[in-house]
Write a protein that binds this ligand. Sequence first.
Ligand code: ADP
Length: 422
Amino acid sequence: RMRLAVLTSGGDSAGMNAAVRAVVKAGIVKGWETYVVREGYEGLVRGNSVKISQHSPTKSVTTVPKSVQHNALVHNLRFGDGELLRSGEGDAAERSGGKNLKGRYIIRVGWDDVRGWMGEGGTLIGTARSAAFRTPEGRLTAAHNLIKEGIDALCVCGGDGSLTGADVFRAEWPSLVDQLRTKGEITEAQATAYAHLKIVGLVGSIDNDMCMTDMTIGAPTALQRICEAIDNINSTASSHSRAFVVEVMGRHCGWLALVAGVSAGADFIFIPERPPLGDPWEDEMCDAIGLHRKEGKRKTIVIVAEGAHDAALKPIKAEYIKTVLTERLGLDTRVTQLGHVQRGGRPCAWDRILPTLQGVEAIKALMESTPETPSYMIGINQNKVIRVSLQEAVKMTKAVTTAIEARDWDKAMSLRDPEFAE
Ligand code: ADP
């Protein structure tokens, strides 16, 4: 029987729980044993230092027949074959990080363990930035831990960093298995049985910064939070006839700033992929905003991505924009940095639909994975869930940053959106 583990990694995003839920449930339906890895790659490196027999005496239920799955849905039956439900008394969040899970990072989960996860914000199984996984030694330990638990398929939900890590892990896997075999850490039989690691990526990122997919898990909710925040700002802005400079997240990607700007009817937007090209840009901004004011607009909204810069790559900060608007246009200007408010809260409908459909596709991709097939990233293109090469998507995403650094704005824009070039 195949054993599948799912983890969330890098920056948290709304919809990650829905992704874990979908992967676990779709895996169970296919007859797999399902696991979650707590705390991202860090959990993979730490593994399980406490044995399950010490941890919990409850027997593990194995297969869940189709009829039972159906009944469970219809009659709300409980049949937990996992460890999360057994590990504590509290709610899902408490259970997933429960005190009884100390020393255990790779956790068996069943149908009931992920019940109700669809609408929960953040990631209940935890996420981390793992320095250890960036090292070959860390990845060797991670491979050993997976093999020890008998896991041969891995689903990673995270941003471009996490998916780069997944790509590195997959490329290195044969050599890792070989090293473990040579060191006598695993048997010859294990080396043969685990010669191929099936790996798939789901993109969880609030920034919508991954190439080769139209939308990342968490971006729609973040956009929703920004819109709500700007609605609130709008009331006071028009009452007092003020200007607001709103800083939103996005270090290398201006998607949130751009579409929030469209949603909010912003007067001016700063994104990293294409800075204002007016020379100086301050004139360009003041001309636009001055015109809007002349036309009778009572409020001004400027949106700036945190990674925004001018054409010479000098950072453009919200406070500086405020100074320009105050001094040149005489506007009563305030700065609002939305910060982590954007990340949080319940996923919107789209951040439940997207991870659910993509989670099911991830399972299909793993089922069909062979040493010859590429590792896939699950994306969405023109409303269809698609598979793309993980390696290519990672490469193309990196190319955007390179294009920005080379100040090749057309290239940066067309890598983000191929239609831009046309
Ligand atoms: P995000 O996935 O949100 O972009 P990070 O860039 O912090 O977040 O990446 C998350 C984790 O993925 C890192 O802490 C690290 O453990 C792993 N990772 C990122 N890049 C690599 C890499 N080149 N090699 C191995 N692991 C990596």
